[in-house]
Write a protein that binds this ligand. Sequence first.
Ligand SMILES: NC(=O)c1ccc[n+]([C@@H]2O[C@H](COP(=O)([O-])OP(=O)(O)OC[C@H]3O[C@@H](n4cnc5c(N)ncnc54)[C@H](OP(=O)(O)O)[C@@H]3O)[C@@H](O)[C@H]2O)c1
Length: 268
Amino acid sequence: MSAPDYGVQTVLLTGASSGIGAAFATALAARGADLVLVARRADRLTALAGELRRAHGVRAETVPFDLSRPDAGPALHRAVADRGVTVTSLINNAAVGSFALFADADPARLAAELAVDVAAPVQLTAAFLPGILAAGNGFIVNVAGVSAYLPSPRMAVYSAAKAFVSSFTESLWAELRGTGVTVLAVGPGATATEFTAGMGPDAGVLTSRRLRTPGDVVATALAHLDRRDPGPTVIDGRSNRLALSASRLMTRRRRALMMRRVFAPAQG
Ligand SMILES: NC(=O)c1ccc[n+]([C@@H]2O[C@H](COP(=O)([O-])OP(=O)(O)OC[C@H]3O[C@@H](n4cnc5c(N)ncnc54)[C@H](OP(=O)(O)O)[C@@H]3O)[C@@H](O)[C@H]2O)c1
């Protein structure tokens, strides 16, 4: 399997209005890919699409869309078809999280996390896979996270959602071998984006460490995609990789208790 030819791709990218998604859009446009940018904030998508068209001469469509809709897959597929676009690659990047003890969490918010973080990537993959397979030279990238591999007290549902994304992606990677379609789960660790902004008052603990940049995460993902016969998963950042390797040496009990300390809200 060889590196994707980005110049012939039309990539549908969710969560393109900020953070890692916006960085993916910029890097892919610079490589010549056409884009379909999806998120709720239409103004941000329009501004980014205009910039990318001007800077790189690519086609950049915007689809303001709420991925928590129960019919996200077929509805987004219709919206894209209505614009006369054929998607050849997909990046499921959008997600939401919250930071609170499960006992205190808002059930509606947890339901939205499951809809955006779990159901939408599955539905979008199902909806766009026939076209992606027909093109046969693209990729499906799902953004998981380091928390896919660690228990995350106060982010129990988010972390379990990322574990789902990781497992789903690895199975899909194996299923699609030989089709010409590359499948990859990208695992960022703490990264400087807007992600923690709406996660609740105690979420500051998540950004108290040294942060990677969205550009770092995207560079890691694209370098991996460019490899000959890439594996199903890549973790961004050496210290994240080291931390995960070290955690695998612990018992599950020790690991869960360690993460309880790591995510304990700052005192004072
Ligand atoms: N930042 C980190 O430390 C970190 C660590 C590990 C993994 N990740 C993962 O990285 C990915 C990107 O997150 P980010 O850090 O770049 O955060 P971000 O800046 O908050 O971006 C999240 C994106 O998801 C979109 N989104 C959220 N809810 C949506 C909905 N209902 N419908 C459509 N779009 C929705 C947002 O757009 P709108 O608000 O405009 O809809 C935004 O574009 C996520 O999968 C996240 O889990 C991040």
